[in-house]
Ligand binder design. Structure first.
Ligand SMILES: [Zn+2]
Ligand SMILES: [Zn+2]
Ligand SMILES: [Zn+2]
Length: 278
């Protein structure tokens, strides 16, 4: 399996749209990996994770092959993960689809409702023409999406029904855990019961180096705690690639400053267009 990070920032991006803080000024000057867009990732060339406000930018700048992807899992109802109006652009007239396959979106009922409300005028025709399919999911109930076995776990996060995902195929597995604080106990119980040793663990690092209680989001201290507990229940071993991702400019460090600090704790640092193969 291959995981590609297309967007690695929190809601406002890095540099943030309107911000004049030190991290944002530095990101504008240095560019490169210090610049981060809103959250999105892709498994192989097949399974999209989140439909962020920067999806179009990812198509233009990083070659996200949106026109060939037919499955998408959504984590939660924040605009850096779900910008539902873009789904309307898959309707005939806005898009001419050669393969005739529906774009299948999987999310918790709150996510499906947001999409339904946002594109209510076009949705009945889009469903009738086979352009879009909406699938409601439940936590801890595995489902098939794009040929992958996917399981949603409840997150500790501000949007109702926020989840993070386990993605498995062909004996490989990824834990993609954004946006969440230190996991709720129910998620821990499920992980322990499942007993999978992941090939990739990708953790929310929104608050980076900021002192934080690691609720709602994490920083590097929360990532360390989660990594230790995952190791203790056999979900991480020496082969697991542990990656921190989803960063805010408020976290007192850009990419360049964070890399050595994260490496000292056994983490790689994501950047826009980073690819990890397992
Ligand atoms: Zn986010
Ligand atoms: Zn800033
Ligand atoms: Zn969020």
């Amino acid at each position: 399996m291959k995981l590609t990070y297309y967007g690695t920032a929190a809601a406002e991006g890095v540099p943030a749209l309107w911000c004049d803080c030190k991290t944002c000024v530095r990101a504008r000057v240095k560019g490169g990996r210090n610049v981060r867009t809103r959250s999105q990732a892709l498994i192989d060339e097949s399974l999209l994770i989140d439909l962020s406000a920067d999806t179009y930018l990812h198509v233009l700048s990083y070659g996200l092959p949106l026109h060939t992807i037919d499955s998408c899992i959504i984590t939660h109802n924040h605009s850096d993960h779900l910008y539902p109006k873009e789904l309307n652009m898959r309707h005939e007239g806005f898009a001419h689809l050669k393969d005739g396959k529906p774009f299948k979106v999987y999310g918790m009922p709150a996510v499906i409702k947001t999409i339904t409300d946002s594109i209510s005028a076009a949705l009945p025709e889009m469903e009738a023409y086979g352009e879009l399919e909406l699938h409601s999911i439940q936590p801890y109930v595995p489902f098939e999406a794009g040929g992958y076995r996917v399981t949603a776990l409840e997150a500790d996060h501000g949007a109702p029904e926020s989840v993070f995902y386990i993605i498995e195929k062909g004996g490989k597995s990824i834990l993609y855990a954004h946006d969440t604080g230190i996991f709720p106990e129910k998620a821990w119980e499920y992980l322990e019961w499942l007993g999978v040793c992941f090939d990739i663990v990708s953790l929310d690092c929104t608050n980076v180096l900021l002192e934080w209680d690691n609720k709602n989001h994490m920083g590097l201290t929360g990532n360390e705690q989660v990594k230790k507990r995952l190791e203790s229940i056999g979900c991480i071993d020496s082969h697991t690639r542990c990656i921190v991702n989803h960063f805010s400019h408020n976290g007192l460090a850009g990419y360049d400053e964070l890399v050595p600090k994260a490496a000292a704790k056994g983490f790689e640092v994501s950047y826009d267009s980073m690819t990890v193969e397992i």
